[in-house]
Design a protein around this ligand. Sequence first.
Ligand code: 4AD
Ligand code: MG
Length: 433
Amino acid sequence: MIAKISDIAKYDGQEVTIQGWVANLRSSGKIVFLQLRDGSTGILQAVVSEKVSNKQVTYWKTVELLTIESSVVVNGKIRKESRAPGGFEMEVSDLRLVQRSVEFPIGKKEHGPEFLLDNRQLWLRSQRQVAILRVRDTIIWALREFFRKEGFVMTDTPILTPTSCEGTTTLFETEYFGEKAYLSQSGQLYLEALAMALGKVYDFGPTFRAEKSKTRRHLTEFWMLDAEMAFMDLSESITLQERMIVFVVKKVLAENKKELEILERDIKPLEKVAEGGFIRMTYDQALAELKKLGSDIKWGADLGNDDETILTKAYPKPIFVTHYPVEVKAFYMKPDPENPKTALCADLLAPEGYGEVIGGSQRIDDLKLLEQRLKEQKLPKKDFEWYLDLRRYGSVPHSGFGIGLERTVTWICGLKHVRESIPFPRMINRLTP
Ligand code: 4AD
Ligand code: MG
């Protein structure tokens, strides 16, 4: 019977097969201790002795060939062993070498991040990276499950686009049969068209920003889930976002206990988030708070990375910062009728210093105002005619938001840098492997 290491406890006393790799090995004379990994969470110690029941084992020669990361198929009996990782070990009765690995470059000593990233194809095999990718998987499915339950339609928006969505400074340009095209920064504009067709919609796919910043929060290619809701205002959208985050965090806490342990993630702050009751404050309130915390931010500036860090360290719950000045936000955001210098928008800042994970707003639904905003931002009207149509043919109040998957994974896993949250990170100085 082929067993998975993650549920090895189920097989106590039974003879099972493990298909996997030798994560580590050490020998003391006639006994070899293998640390096996098989892609599931956890490590299984497998003990090979030269003799089993007084009989010389036939595969001892094979055992002597084993190296770190050699692929193997191992049979043996599972028994309780409190000193072994995971509390069980295997007494090996047979072992087949699938391929003898050449010397593995990772693991002998401490490595710097650049070395590990250069060897990302192999680094991915470490327990820590496996744990992160499993949490990422849980988050993706939790998001999908949430939106399905809420009655949203999952749909898709294009990656090759003729215009920008989030400003022209971070566009990746490419040649498109003699014309210019850009890689999508967000599916939002297209999603607005889909919301007018289907009501409540979301997309989930890769997005691109030619970010020249080398921060722990920025990738040039990342996954975004955009959601767009017809007949919904900013406040209702914020409530929906809070429900979504609570749902996702609860799922991870329920399904990824072992992974969070491997990552040494303190789960108390996550349990606080799972209670709901997120904080809402306006940009003006955030500024007042930031000044008290020592920031010299002036009205009209976007919150910087450091501002987000100190603000979110001061509160145990995620914070919705609303009503930013219109100048620092995208052209499509609806100005607040009560104070048109500010937009009906909200960024969700994750606690513990993590900062922005969601950006969203109510959209301008008035044709004239939207035309004026395009002009002010020097965006070519003719390229946006199709988008303006949404305000000509049955325009309705509508809102939406985008959640960055990698920022969310980084926060929930408690990582120091966003680069570990995606299998193959793309950053200003990295396109390989
Ligand atoms: O705040 P942003 O730029 O919002 C939009 O793109 C809207 N069009 C979304 C919408 O309303 N449908 O990006 C949304 C989120 C950010 O909050 C952040 O989590 C993530 O995308 N993000 C990045 N993640 C990693 N690296 C980057 N360079 C990112 N830029 C944005
Ligand atoms: Mg943003």
